[in-house]
Design a protein around this ligand. Sequence first.
Ligand code: SF4
Length: 429
Amino acid sequence: MATDLTEKLKILADGAKYDVSCSSSGSSRANNGGIGNAASSGICHSWTSDGRCVSLLKILMTNRCIYDCAYCVNRSSNDTQRVALTPQEVAELTIGFYRRNYIEGLFLSTGVVRSPDYTMELLIQAVRTLRSEYRFNGYIHLKLVPGADPLLVQQAGLWADRVSVNLELPTRESLLLLAPDKSRDAVVGPMRQVSSLIVSNRAERKQSRKAPRFAPAGQSTQLIVGATPDTDRQIVTLSEQLYQRLELKRVYYSAFIPTVADSRLPARPETPLRREHRLYQADWLLRYYGFSAHELLDEASPNLDSELDPKTGWALRHLELFPVEINGASYEELLRVPGIGVRSAQRIIQTRRQGHLGIDDLTRLGIVMKRARYFITARGQYVGESGLESSSLRSRLVDAPKQRCPVQLSLDLEQPVVDETASLITGEL
Ligand code: SF4
């Protein structure tokens, strides 16, 4: 690789590392004679120790930007070295990395150059080159530029597996404060359009399997947490709406880490990654555990408890519903027990068909007895030492602080940093 291309790649990969909205699951693009296949492996997921996803070539097309978002290293007023790749260079880099087995797909984002339309056209040109000239069938996650023409948004979804627009900040006011060049409507407009195109594409493909696929892995977004005074309640409620109304595949949360000085940004050095982790747990409860945002957070408690996972916090506020008898509870009731995750609830339902379960059976079914013991009985037996009424129950359930590495993703593809603590964001609660 030419040195100046290597240097550009280093700068542009570094510029992309703050975007956490990459995930590569859910696509089934078939290999029709070219190279790469998003279906065969589902694309492997590797996570850095702070939850960032690797295995995709994750780069910006350029770190030049006409906008000046307060929180961004690439903002126009920041004195930093600016570089850009051509669409052809993006395609060649991707293929080069793919052939060397470093990556399985591409996550392509960008700063905004000249105009949203011009920038979107460059992105589309890069992925079109990959798909048409190089016949690349691997996974592509493409950023949509807020304010881009709807026709370009439509084209982008026809080439990419997943598309995303970053909401960045949960409220209109916060966006206006920190990213005044991007209006809420310019961000939400493409999300709405993508959502409705996905729905119509589904219907078209029912009529004819030959209909081209539109964003088969759906859309995602990212929210920055802690750069503005927005509460967890506002964030979780927004996520719930995005999942329900726009069918987003994922909302990603990124703890704000100051990279540039700006009087509009909070003075405190860093939002605890624990808050980000709690939001991921709450997000999991929304998507897989049947919880609603209003059950987790309300006006009186607008932020998640940093010491307790949100399901345990909910259970402590609803002790009248416990203990539940493992042998009689419904799947939905089991899911609400702290320490019983989706998989262990399924195993309980299956296994108890063969006979009633005793306390001794539960650990091997994957139940985290350290938490669950206070909230269950098995064949009528209760083994929570202190009992539900105990004033020490909360302190017994408080999480021990976890050591998490606050560093951002390094795209050192020679030595990918794989995180063995991926369960932090997989949500077995
Ligand atoms: S639009 Fe804002 S967040 Fe995106 S690169 Fe430009 S300054 Fe950064």
